[in-house]
Design a protein around this ligand. Structure first.
Ligand code: NAP
Length: 337
């Protein structure tokens, strides 16, 4: 074991603060990474404040951070054989029943729980290490590892392509990546936002139209017209209003994970044989495919790079939708502490 610097929360109400955590020494098939940038996902905030206590209670201390980009500093000498479960064999690791998430799940090596990327370094099994195309800026590439794959995967699954009318609801970290991907895949893209000041950005990011979702008349103009809607909202909202915007057999996929259950109108789904589904991150092969796609199309997240000392302030700004469009922590700031 070795010690490394990190930021952790001691309880649901305490701010993130400097700490030291233990990482395992790399085993034969591990890769040790010096973390250069880590994105701040709204899931970090949900988890740190125990807002998902019903499904994934937070174990404290909690070191969040799963959008990790860094430099390999050590590699293990061999890869051992492993027995993949059917989900892993199918390249759908995100559905594995024995999944180990980047943080807050049992650590099979050290005991306790895993600690995430608000940290100086991390040790990872090589099967879960990906290559970032060399033309991509690293601060902007970190959020691709969650915000990127979480929006790319359902768009590929539901066949977003040229000729389809697609909507992205909520222009946050996930939403702005959804707009970039839907545009790059050739779809007609409409953004629904509660923030009038995001109109121009939506168009710049690749939207063809923007609707302020608090305006019911504007919403109604799109009734029954969408093939696919990606809902990336982090808080309670009227999802039935969006279901009514789908055409026959259209799909709305939830990637946003609000604290409380959403109210769904049965008739909205029944009358157009519409479907509502959800989607978590993506498998490893598809995440590499997404990174390569980003390399080809020169896509990264729009980031505001911050030092780790500003993480608590960043969480408060995240709650006010005051980030364009992802915070990315420059981990040099932790090394110099
Ligand atoms: P974010 O940057 O905070 O963006 C959320 C956006 O939702 C905001 O920018 C805002 O967009 C909209 N919004 C916020 N409050 C709202 C309200 N009261 N009513 C309507 N719209 C509201 O968050 P994020 O990091 O993109 O994450 C979004 C959600 O996805 C979170 O719940 C997160 O936990 C979840 N997530 C899921 C997965 C997965 O695997 N499925 C992966 C990562 C994250 P506008 O200003 O445009 O309205």
């Amino acid at each position: 074991m070795y010690n490394t610097k990190a930021y952790s929360a001691a309880s649901a109400t305490s701010p993130l603060a400097r700490t030291t955590i233990a990482r395992r020494d790399p085993t034969e098939r591990d890769v040790q990474i010096e973390i250069l940038f880590c994105g701040i996902c709204h899931s970090d905030l949900h988890q740190v404040r125990n807002e998902w206590s019903g499904v994934m209670p937070t174990v404290y201390p909690c070191v969040p951070g799963h959008e990790i980009v860094g430099r390999v500093t050590k590699v293990g000498s061999a890869v051992t054989k492993f027995k993949p479960c059917p989900e892993c064999q199918a390249g759908l690791e995100q559905f594995c029943p024995n999944l180990t998430l980047t943080y807050n799940l049992p650590d099979k090596h050290l005991g306790g729980v895993t600690y995430g990327g608000y940290s100086d370094s991390i040790v990872v099994d090589q099967r879960f290490v990906l290559r970032v195309p060399s033309n991509l800026n690293l601060a902007g590439a970190a959020p691709l590892l969650c915000a990127g794959i979480t929006t790319y995967s359902p768009m590929r699954h539901w066949g977003v392509t040229k000729g389809k009318k697609v909507s992205v609801v909520g222009l946050g970290g996930l939403g702005h990546m959804g707009v970039k991907f839907a545009h790059a895949l050739g779809a007609h893209v409409v953004v629904f936002t509660t923030s009038p000041n995001k109109k121009e950005d939506s168009l710049r990011l690749g939207a063809d139209e923007v609707v302020i979702s608090r305006n019911a008349d504007e919403m109604q103009k799109h009734a029954g017209s969408f093939d696919f809607i990606l809902d990336a909202v982090s808080a309670d909202h009227d999802i039935s209003a969006y279901i009514n915007l789908l055409r026959r057999d259209g799909n709305i996929t939830l990637v946003g994970a609000p604290e409380k259950p959403l109210a769904v109108s049965a008739f909205g789904l029944i009358m157009g044989r519409r479907s509502l589904s959800g989607s978590p991150i993506g498998g490893i092969a598809e995440t590499q495919e997404m990174l390569d796609f980003c390399g080809q199309h020169n896509i990264t997240a729009d980031v505001e790079v911050i030092p780790i000392q500003k993480v608590n302030e960043a969480y408060e700004r995240l709650l006010k939708s005051d980030v364009k469009y992802r915070f990315s922590i420059d981990m040099a700031s932790l090394r110099s502490e």
